[in-house]
Design a protein around this ligand. Structure first.
Ligand SMILES: Cc1ncc(C[n+]2csc(CCOP(=O)(O)OP(=O)(O)O)c2C)c(N)n1
Ligand SMILES: [Mg+2]
Length: 418
């Protein structure tokens, strides 16, 4: 080959998203399949037998809300209504907090619209003693565990009711009591921490498992691979969730390698059972999580689950998605909206109706509005947070270091010196 020939063949491939602003979104190449005939294997099956599950898409509900197939979970209508309620609450709280961010009451906010089934269905499929290692988009976990919403709101307002004393970014919740590991803004850390926690749980012969989350974009971080390797080597009782919502701020999932192989199939290379699921299908998410949890508790080790979903709004209050994708892309997503789909399913099985749904939305909206008022009464960044700035310097060192003491002194908050 001459030098010229090799030059012409060596263009660097740069993945490009399907649509850019101004394009008409077209997802017609995605066939909304029933469930790819993916049987539900025994929970202790060899990982290589999940190869088709990692490449296909596990579904239970069709787009009319009719549920069937090998993954149909045994779940009572009460649990489904609890799930519907928690997803609605999550969305209503997101809307309220985002609006308040726009009014300058809090500095930042992150919504999870379109992805509520992932956090809520999974939480209802595991035990309260299981430890969750979330990212910033799993507020639904706390809501499904009945964590007091006022405390979540106070955290976002960085006010006197915030148990982290305004030291964390808004939405970075933390609760040992509710099995919710402190959210870290450093992406990928959740995965390695969860595997270590799960290893400790097994070492202590406990029955509790860990459940961790990572976004599609963050699978490109080294932490993702370290976590899978350790999880496989030590058969750690952990459920490793990849939330493929198609976007990582303004980068589409292809930039993290999603064009060549599914994200779930990465688990196979590490010898881990791997499943790919319609993340907007509440019943399917519930079913795969039950399967993975049972596998973990029976000594079968970790499972990787890819939730195929769509981030229906901007990345955060600091983002403007119209700069990099068409506004209509979310409504064109072929797998619909998780709340609408579960509502429809409950109606189909005769356990719900429009009147009850509307009444519930009214009740929850009032609850969110009233709870927000109570939270804001304790302060906000607009009205003053009510937190002593001196606390910013505390809580890390047992004895104040001379440099920190000097910083505190020159910034006018005081000194710890006699
Ligand atoms: C280690 C690290 N790198 C970069 C960032 C900046 N950052 C914050 S969110 C984000 C995108 C993450 O996308 P994804 O993993 O797909 O999660 P999603 O926001 O879609 O839930 C980036 C790059 C960060 N917080 N941490
Ligand atoms: Mg993403």
């Amino acid at each position: 080959m001459t030098k010229d020939e090799s030059d012409t063949n060596s263009d660097l491939y740069i993945p490009e998203p399907l649509h850019r602003p101004g394009d008409t979104p077209d997802f017609s190449h995605i066939h909304v399949r029933r469930n790819d005939n993916l049987e539900q294997p025994d929970v202790l099956v060899d990982s290589y037998e999940t190869e088709r599950h990692a490449g296909g898409l596990i579904r239970v509900m069709d787009m009319q809300g009719v549920a069937s197939g090998p993954w149909l979970p045994q779940v009572t209508p009460d649990i489904l209504r609890k799930g519907l309620r928690a997803m609605l609450l999550t969305r209503l709280m997101d809307d309220r907090m985002f609006a308040m961010q726009r009014q300058g009451k809090l500095s930042f906010y992150l919504k999870s619209r379109g992805e509520e089934a992932v956090s809520v269905a999974q939480t209802l499929a595991i035990r309260k003693t299981d430890m969750v290692f979330p990212t910033y988009r799993q507020q639904g976990v706390l809501i499904a565990r009945d964590y007091p919403m006022k405390r979540m709101m106070c955290q976002c307002l960085s006010n006197a009711g915030d148990s982290s004393l305004g030291r964390q970014m808004p939405t970075m919740y933390s609760s040992r009591e509710y099995g919710f590991f402190s959210i870290s803004g450093n992406l990928g850390t959740q995965f390695i921490q969860s595997v270590g926690w799960a290893m400790a749980s097994a070492y202590k012969r406990r029955d509790d498992l860990a459940m961790a989350y990572i976004g599609d974009g963050s699978t490109a971080e080294g932490d993702f691979h370290y976590a899978l390797n350790f999880a496989s080597t030590y058969r750690a009782p952990v459920v490793l969730n990849i939330v493929n919502n198609q976007w990582a701020i303004s980068s589409f999932q292809g930039i993290a390698g999603g064009q060549s192989k599914t994200f779930a199939s990465r688990g196979l290379g590490y010898g881990l059972a791997s499943l790919r699921v319609d993340g907007n299908d509440f019943l399917a998410v519930y079913a795969v999580t039950r399967w993975a949890a049972e596998r973990a508790r029976r000594g079968g080790g970790a499972t990787v689950i890819e939730h195929y979903t769509y981030r229906a709004e901007g990345h955060s209050s600091s983002d403007d998605p119209s700069k990099y994708r068409p506004n209509e892309e979310a409504s064109a997503w072929p797998y619909g909206d998780p709340i609408e789909r579960l509502k429809q399913h409950l109606i189909v099985i005769g356990e719900w109706d429009d009147a009850r749904h509307n009444a519930l939305v009214d009740d929850l909206s009032t609850y969110v509005r009233d709870t927000y008022k109570e939270a804001e009464a304790l302060g906000s960044i607009a009205a003053g947070t009510g937190i002593d700035p001196k606390t910013m310097f505390e809580g890390v060192y047992e004895h104040m270091t001379p440099t920190l003491d000097e910083q505190a002194r020159v910034s006018g908050v005081g000194t710890w010196r006699e």
